[in-house]
Design a protein around this ligand. Sequence first.
Ligand SMILES: [Zn+2]
Length: 512
Amino acid sequence: MSYARVLCVGLVGVTGHVVEVEADLSPGLPAVVLTGLPDTALHEARDRVRAAMVNSGQVWPNRRITVNLLPAMLPKHGSAFDLAIACALLAGAGELPLAPMEGVAVLGELGLDGTVRPVRGVLPMVAAAADAGIERVIVPVGNAREAAVVPGVTVGAVDSLHRLVAFIKGQGPLMDPPAARAAPPSSGPDLADVAGQELGRHGLEVAAAGGHHLAMIGPPGAGKTMLAERLPSILPPLDDTSALEVTALQSIAGVLAADAELVRRPPFQAPHHSASLAALVGGGSGLARPGAISLAHRGVLFLDEAPEFAYLTLQALRQPLESGRVVLARSRGSTEYPAQVQMVIAANPCPCANPAGDQYCQCSAIARRRYLGKLSGPLMDRIDIQIRLQPLGVAQLMTTETPAESSAEVAARVSRARDAAAARWSAHGWRLNAEVPGPQLRRAPWRLPPKDTKALRAGLERGSLSARGFDRILRLAWSIADLDGRDRPTGSDVDEAAQLRMGEASDRQAGR
Ligand SMILES: [Zn+2]
């Protein structure tokens, strides 16, 4: 036989596609031709596969070799095709009986010495194989645990080409995936650690309930980072679909632990303000890496000291925040990653990072306004909750008469509130209050009685409240009502919501 076919999987964004690797060996001048839109890494595959085969004690067939990857139109990136190419070549040369490989997908990069190396994105590749009806996959031993996360697929692991060849010839077994981690992963920081800071805790809870973006302005030591880090702990755990998406993105980014389980806790990403654009939104050659905003998909993206981020970096977040996905332009087509995040922004009130009115602060009112002004516009436009945090006195931190509520207690209220919102909006295609367009809330049957919005309408007429700000307060009022188990917001819910928008009010006062 001079023709053989082995199955593999390619990735486009987070979606895997089954790829057929064909090898044809014909008489003629020894040469290797790769077809089917291969990128640079695939051309390098030729050299890796040759060295790996020779160093595994196989004979490199001195014939005219054509390797074709189907479907041809599918862009193919990365080194995961190596092992399948080697198998197809050996089978095409008549060295391997391919019957045991019928309906089996093979993934893995080859080292020059014939070892099989882990590749990025195995989880979504195996998931795609399973969707295509493939029941068995062979993966690098370093990826076997994440492959085993996918239900309905038998995972065999290999550490070398030699082992795979022995298995196909019936001379030895594959390796088993390592056992799942016995202890559950740590649940992360808990709200019980945050003493005092009532406004911050409340803002966080309302943000979690309604899916609202949150901005916290306050001096260093006000607990902004502590609060932000604890937002995932009060969000509902990821459902099966979300968990698979989030774990797949970590797999593609190459940040999934070797003993990985399906990620159930909403992720938390806190890129530094000096982070590159690629680190933030994604990029890189070959199989593009998802950036922080995609690694925060279905979780929290925290921008600490947000005014310190480069203007262009903040601008680059606009489109993903709007559409919930990142599109990375590539030389061949584009790669798309999901990016549905809840954003938390923290900022010091002034560039010197001393408390306002502090004796060391020399910043003028103009300098302060300009500093926070860097955040205004398109980014702040999307943020429903803007709260000003006061520094915590040492006394307040140390003397807590009643212990602070734990994340579990708050999460239970958040979960009930989200259920109520989903029940109300699901017929319209929304899940969270933050997703509801403003005009909808001003119309029957959702319009609130005039007496409850009197102060807001007065603010509108005075010009101290914008139409957008009005809609935000309505959205927040619904989240507050959901948290307290009311069918509709009351006047006091609206007042409370207005307080969570004090960031805007204080800005306006400062601007006078
Ligand atoms: Zn200052």
